[in-house]
Design a binder for this molecule. Structure first.
Ligand code: PGA
Length: 260
């Protein structure tokens, strides 16, 4: 028996003005009210400059607020960076780390990501830790090797109490923003593999509690099928999180899966 809740989080990436973010956040708050007592959590990750006004919109509600990145130093001469304590201060409960765009567009290394994970946990944030292989790695049969390395390098040595505040997001890079979704079998297979890595490192009880989201072209038409897989516990949603209707439909699919 697992007690895992479904966690659906919108990753808005570099989209929306401040006013548009506030408007969408209001709509998401309303959509999340339909969750009722179903074991489903909803979150959104707007751009940094919208976090403050969006936090005001979400205050007192159930929608979690996440930042999309952060820097490990608490303060100092680091022009352009944002610390995890400031992310906490602005009202976030979560931060997305290790997203494939951070890894592959901005060249963040596994060491840097691991350092960020620890600093974010030290600042009392929950971490949505993203992992996933690129297309050529999958084609060479290396998907599991890559994911194994990413999971262990990012999470090795964390305590059980720290792992309690980590959510994983498996996002095959070839499925992000491409309209190509992993098949439910591909997603389930990798999610079960990730859980087996967590078992090796942290034991079965803890591994069974960790929420593992799937990400990569999740949309209303495929959300229910993906979320019905035994080891798929949520979704990190990019494109389909930018419109109220599609994000609300994904929340609805999560509620239906959770209630069945
Ligand atoms: P997508 O993005 O849903 O637009 O594929 C997912 C993500 O990058 O988190």
């Amino acid at each position: 028996m697992t007690t895992r809740r479904i966690f659906v989080c919108g990753n808005w990436k570099l989209h929306k003005t401040v006013a548009e973010s506030v408007e969408l956040a209001r709509a998401v708050r309303e959509a999340a009210e339909t969750v009722g007592d179903a074991p489903v959590d909803v979150g959104i990750a707007p751009v940094f400059v919208s976090l403050h006004p969006v936090a005001q919109v979400l205050a007192g509600g159930s929608v979690a607020l996440a930042a999309q990145n952060g820097y490990w130093e608490p303060e100092g001469a680091f022009t352009g960076e944002i610390s995890f304590s400031l992310i906490r201060d602005v009202g976030c409960t979560h931060v997305i780390l290790g997203h494939s765009e951070r890894r592959h567009v901005f060249g963040e290394t596994e060491e840097e990501i691991a350092r960020k994970v620890r600093a974010a946990l030290d600042a009392d944030l929950k971490v949505i830790f993203c992992i996933g292989e690129m297309l050529d790695e999958r084609e060479r049969g290396e998907a599991q090797t890559v994911v194994h390395r990413q999971v262990t390098s990012g999470l090795e040595g964390l305590t059980a109490a720290q792992m309690d505040r980590v959510v994983l997001a498996y996002e095959p890079v070839w499925a992000i923003g491409t309209g190509k979704t992993a098949t439910t079998d591909q997603a389930q297979e990798m999610h079960a593999f990730i859980r087996s890595i967590l078992k090796e490192s942290f034991g079965s009880d803890l591994a069974n509690q960790v929420v593992i989201q799937y990400g990569g072209s999740v949309k209303p038409s495929n959300a229910a099928e993906l979320l019905s897989q035994p080891d798929v516990d949520g979704a990190l949603v990019g494109g389909a999180a930018l419109k109220t209707d599609s994000f609300a439909a994904i929340i609805e699919a999560a509620v239906n899966v959770a209630r069945n």
